[in-house]
Design a protein around this ligand. Structure first.
Ligand SMILES: *Cc1c(COP(=O)(O)O)cnc(C)c1O
Length: 368
């Protein structure tokens, strides 16, 4: 008999656990009829700001827009450069392009896969306006050296925290260390809506106000427009769902930590390179990413075991056709290029069971 599929992220299982709470929240929001910038959006903004420990949170359409709006609000645009890692989800880089600024890519650290801070200095130019570290896979980027460069050079720091809701760096929450922290509530993220959603968090009241205007056609008073804004708001119904889920996020992140620790135990003899955790980091394991010398064989074994898997990411940004105009050649970023051939992401979600973890391990250990 074929064994039951192990999902990469099991959102149905999560919904079933929360169904009465979620259903009630959706019906309440729908019954109120305040679909755009309604009560649940305002309350979620307050609650997420409290969770992250900053005074301001502005709910926006998605994580890409959170980054785009934060950059716009900082005045970044045509002629400016923003430094970002090439090993990231492409949205980090698209958000920079959307402002008219030029993304300047850097390689990643071979142990933690986040922006290699030693490579940033040589990527600086007189046009550099901002640094965009990405807290990739739920593991924080090494922020202190970046914050120091930013301070010395008068640069902004916009944190891409789309994979890091609740991760900490030396005890500081991801999203609170730069000028702005940008989050995604895409369904598969650690805190996910049932559609698109995002947020910008900041301690800067002026910046928050500017994002607040820019997400809503540049208007503070209806039909009075002080800036050329966008339409990018966090839906009220999505916010109602996120308010329920936010109450569980801490527990869910702990369950992911437990699952990561179990994977580390049961895969210890597998010969795979398991994810390393920096001494400054308390990650939230958005993804559990291993490296393999023989990825195709591993993928086939997981497929045969009816186990989902992924690659994050198969093509570094500098080798994407969409970014050919940046002019980076093959060989520009050797670490990112090497790991792109070797990385594999295993199923990781808070509800994953011991039995499922053991099944994943057995499938892997049989071929390594
Ligand atoms: C998901 C993600 C984004 C974009 O978020 P969306 O809500 O999908 O627009 C940006 N950066 C990273 C690192 C992400 O993982």
């Amino acid at each position: 008999m074929e064994s039951k599929k192990i999902q990469f992220v099991d959102l149905i299982r999560q919904y079933q656990n929360l169904q009465p709470e979620i259903d009630a929240a959706i019906l309440r929001a729908v019954g109120r009829g305040d679909f755009i910038l309604g009560e649940d959006t305002r309350e979620f903004e307050k609650e997420f700001a409290t969770f992250i420990g900053v005074p301001f949170c502005v709910g926006v359409g998605d994580g890409t827009d959170a980054l785009h709006l934060a950059l716009l609000a900082l005045g970044i645009g045509r002629g400016d450069e923003v430094i970002v890692p090439t090993n990231t989800f492409i949205a980090s880089v698209l958000a920079i392009s959307q402002t008219g600024a030029t993304p300047v890519l850097v390689d990643c650290d071979p142990s933690y896969y986040t922006m290699d801070v030693k490579k940033v200095e040589s990527a600086l130019s007189p046009r550099t306006k901002a640094l965009m570290p990405v807290h990739l896979y739920g593991h924080p980027a090494d922020m202190d050296p970046l914050l120091e460069i930013a301070k010395d050079r008068g640069l902004f720091v916009v944190e891409d925290a789309a994979q890091a809701h609740g991760a900490t760096y030396k005890g500081r929450l991801c999203g609170t260390m730069g000028n702005a922290g940008c989050f995604s509530f895409y369904p598969g993220k650690n805190l996910g809506a049932y559609g698109d959603g995002g947020a910008v968090v900041t301690s800067d009241a002026k910046l928050a106000e500017k994002v607040n205007l820019l997400r809503n056609y540049g208007q503070k008073v209806k039909y009075v427009h002080t800036m050329k804004g966008l339409n990018s708001r966090l839906d009220t119904v999505q916010a109602a769902i996120l308010r329920v889920k936010l109450r569980h996020l801490g527990t869910w992140n702990d369950h992911r930590r437990h699952a990561a620790a179990r994977y580390a135990d049961v895969l210890a003899g597998s010969g795979l390179k398991l994810p390393a955790v920096a001494d400054y980091a308390n990650p939230i394991w958005h993804l559990f990413v291993v490296q393999s010398d023989n990825r195709a064989r591993l993928q086939a074994a997981l497929d045969a075991g009816n186990i989902a898997h992924g690659i994050h990411y198969p093509i570094p940004v500098h080798l994407q056709e969409a970014y050919r105009d940046l002019g980076y050649a093959l060989g520009s970023f050797p670490v990112a290029e090497t790991i792109a051939e070797r990385l594999l992401s295993l199923p990781m979600f808070p509800e994953i069971t011991e039995e499922e973890l053991l099944r994943v391990a057995a499938a892997i250990n049989a071929v390594t």
